[in-house]
Ligand binder design. Structure first.
Ligand code: ATP
Ligand code: MG
Length: 575
């Protein structure tokens, strides 16, 4: 490609509306432009990186035996009503009506559409296992689109769906995808970890998220410093305490009501009463499907809604609004407590063994001191209901845990029969008996993967692309466009590389050397070939890797072979 006839609009200033480095660099390097919140145009260089990632994904999906198809972006509401998600999905689902007043949506994911296809196409055990995938544009009306391609509203996703006759075979399909994902992200040059993730309340299912390790990641990842355990914050389990009685050994005192005028939050209550947060119990009122329940966690702990949802076996839970809280507790928000409460009470394990603690008093401006389990109220069930904290130990081996941040680039999910049952995707087994198909789904954010690669690979001058994701493999900079020998040598190398299927960009603009160097660094192309008057006089060009500070001078005749070798080394290092 010739820079002069191409379009890479770079700029120097850090864009004011871009918070994370990948977003800033993609704008500055002329890879993307914003149309509206969370909606971007891929400019030529950005599109090239996107296509590179798509091709890696495609190769590995095909290698893993998945079959490419392409499904529509527009999906009829009926399918979503059938699966039950039309009411459940919320406002991320962009809905509209067509001219005949039929409800429809822009697909945020394709479980419904693929299950509809499969229930019509696949009837026999002989047709499975089968795995269909597509690389397609999704729309999710994210509440907070941000960080450029990282969290867009319109974005490209690879989504795959596996169909199996039984659990054993479904687990095998899952393993194959897990392996393919590992290869894909290795080939993209990413440092990542597959972590156990939450699956909601779907039975027989499990899932892993592929997390690129980066400080700017939106997800918190917990990993063990001793064993292989890694999980996201939602999923990370906490070891149940062993043999803890329902109250501790200390003396149990009678309950003392204390006036706490307008004092509601943990911070306010603890400082007012001069206690530490672990001497207080937070009472959270939730609406779980139709039922109202109270969940208790220690003042210094955070409730984990995914764990609570799973414990209650609920489809959906939500913190109760002010009206419900008043109706249930008799007090405005901020004063709920378990004493005298007539609803189901579930409590986190950490509460077992606490005594003489503080809770809300179920009356405006009132808290209770010296509250005790059993004596003052009854817990229906103890369970792991909170987020893990840095003070906890690894749930698998008891080792020390580490908190880190990650960007979720991919997600593999064993779905089980959730969609096949809802949409009646059945097959006849060997005995002619009708059974629901076992499904798995597998997503990768293509744009997010490019952004994550930049997040992990940059320096003060710009992007330092891993070669498989870079828009070009090599850039050639002829420094003096008016010097015939310079141009001739640059053109010769350019032609040679083109003939050898190298992705090469020649910066043939009539620009100063400084501009060419700055732009080359910004765009982060891994191999740079500089053809300058001084070197050319000695029959030499300079070759430099973007990731290294040293360069080498090379006789012109040896340059092409050397460049090709460097390219090969860069790819080989990611195998
Ligand atoms: P997140 O928790 O980040 O919202 P998700 O759990 O909603 O992700 P999935 O439904 O599993 O994501 O989608 C599969 C993949 O699509 C994700 O792993 C991610 O790489 C990508 N993805 C999801 N939402 C977005 C988005 N808004 N912008 C860009 N990529 C996205
Ligand atoms: Mg999401």
């Amino acid at each position: 490609m010739r820079y002069s006839k191409y379009y890479i609009p770079t700029y120097k200033e850090t864009p004011s509306d871009a918070e994370v480095i990948s977003h800033q660099l993609m704008l500055r390097a002329g890879m993307i432009r914003k149309l509206a919140s969370g909606i971007y145009t891929y400019l030529p260089a950005g599109l090239r990186s996107i296509k590179k990632v798509e091709n890696i994904i495609r190769e590995e999906m095909n290698r893993a035996g998945a079959i490419e198809i392409l499904m529509p972006a527009v999906q009829p509401a009926e399918l979503w009503q059938e699966s039950g998600r039309w009411d459940y999905y919320g406002r991320e689902l962009l809905r509209f009506k067509d001219r005949h007043n039929h409800d429809a949506c822009l697909g945020p994911t394709h479980e419904e559409v693929i299950t509809d296809l499969v229930r019509k196409e696949i009837q026999s055990y002989k047709q499975m296992p089968i795995n269909f995938y597509q690389i397609q544009t999704k729309f999710r009306d994210e509440i907070r689109p941000r960080f450029g391609l990282m969290r867009g509203r319109e974005f490209i996703m690879k989504d795959a769906y596996s169909f199996d006759i039984d659990d054993k075979s479904a687990n095998h399909s899952y393993e194959i995808m897990h392996e393919a994902y590992t290869r894909i992200f290795m080939r993209c040059g990413l440092k990542f970890r597959a972590v156990e993730a939450d699956t909601g309340a779907i039975g027989g299912s499990f899932s892993h998220e592929f997390m690129v390790l980066a400080d700017t990641g939106e997800d918190q990842i917990i990993s063990c410093t001793n064993c292989e355990y890694a999980a996201n914050l939602e999923k990370a389990e906490i070891r149940p305490p062993e043999n803890v009685p329902e109250h501790g050994e200390q003396d149990i005192n009678p309950v003392v009501p204390v006036d706490t005028p307008d004092i509601k939050t943990v911070e306010e209550v603890t400082s007012f009463l001069d206690i530490t947060p672990d001497q207080l119990i937070k009472t959270l009122i939730f609406v779980s499907d139709e039922e109202v329940v109270a969940a208790l966690v220690r003042g210094d702990h955070e409730i984990n809604e995914a764990k609570l949802t799973a414990l209650l076996g609920a489809q959906k839970i939500e913190l109760a609004d002010a009206d419900i809280v008043t109706e249930i507790t008799g007090a405005p928000m901020g004063f709920a407590g378990p004493v005298g409460l007539n609803i189901k009470i579930v409590a986190d394990y950490a509460i077992k063994g606490m005594n003489n603690f503080v809770t809300g008093g179920n009356k405006k401006d009132l808290h209770l001191k010296n509250v005790n389990l059993k004596k003052d109220f009854k817990v229906n069930r103890f369970a792991d209901l909170r987020n893990i904290t840095p003070g906890d130990l690894c749930p698998k081996c008891g080792g020390e845990i580490r908190f880190g941040r990650g960007i979720e680039v991919g997600h593999v999910f064993k779905l089980g029969t959730k969609y096949s049952k809802a949409l009646k995707a059945m097959f006849l087994d060997e005995k002619g008996k009708e059974r629901p198909i076992i499904m798995g789904c597998y997503g990768i954010g293509v744009g997010r993967t490019v952004a994550a690669a930049i997040e992990q690979n940059h320096d003060k001058n710009g992007i330092v692309f891993p070669i498989p994701v870079s828009p070009f493999e090599v850039t050639i900079l002829p420094l003096q466009m008016h010097e015939t020998t310079v141009v001739e040598i640059a053109e010769k190398i350019y032609k040679h590389l083109l003939d050898n299927n190298v992705d090469v960009l020649i910066d043939d603009r009539d620009e100063r050397a400084g501009v060419k160097f700055t732009d080359a660094d910004l765009l982060g192309i891994p191999v740079r070939v500089t053809v300058g008057l001084r070197g050319v006089k000695n029959g030499q060009v300079e070759i430099k890797l973007r990731a290294e500070s040293e360069s080498v001078d090379m006789p012109v005749k040896d340059a092409p072979a050397f460049i090709k070798e460097k390219i090969k080394d860069l790819y080989d290092s990611l195998k």
